[in-house]
Write a protein that binds this ligand. Sequence first.
Ligand code: S3P
Length: 172
Amino acid sequence: MSIVLIGYMGSGKSTIGRKLAKIVDFEFIDLDDYIQKKENLSIPQIFETKGEIYFRKKEHLYLKEVLQLSNIILSLGGGTPCYGSNMDAILNAEGAHSIYLKSSIPSLVKRLTPEKAQRPLIAHLKTEEELTEFIGKHLFERSFYYSQSNQTVVTDGKSIAVIAEEIVASLF
Ligand code: S3P
């Protein structure tokens, strides 16, 4: 079996994924890192030099590749389930269990504020108000895809360790 972590930017997919992988002794794969290695470019460089459409095509290609693997904890990019047939590919992948890590807008704003620069979609937003408004609309659009996940785990007010244990307890 594999666990696929889904959620908005800043929802803790990579941190929780790494923790989970240690607990269950599965390989951890972060799709953004996988793309960066394969393309030999950082995510901001891909967006800047090749554009978002190129990034989405590669994201789709590499998602299909990693979904073939088993016994992995896979953390996706925030947009991965929301393009093309990606969510269907995730739901239909053999042995894959998808989990939506659901965070509130204020906690996403708090976590993303110091990390905006690495994220091309929000790097231009200057004030907390702008970021809050953007996330509000974007999350509303994306929730349609996120909520199709096999399981939803609310992350607000919980430590990484507590979230990881909650997932392990529900699955193993
Ligand atoms: C994106 C999220 C990022 C990365 C890219 C696009 C998105 O991943 O894939 O910048 O569309 O939400 P994280 O969710 O890991 O920040």
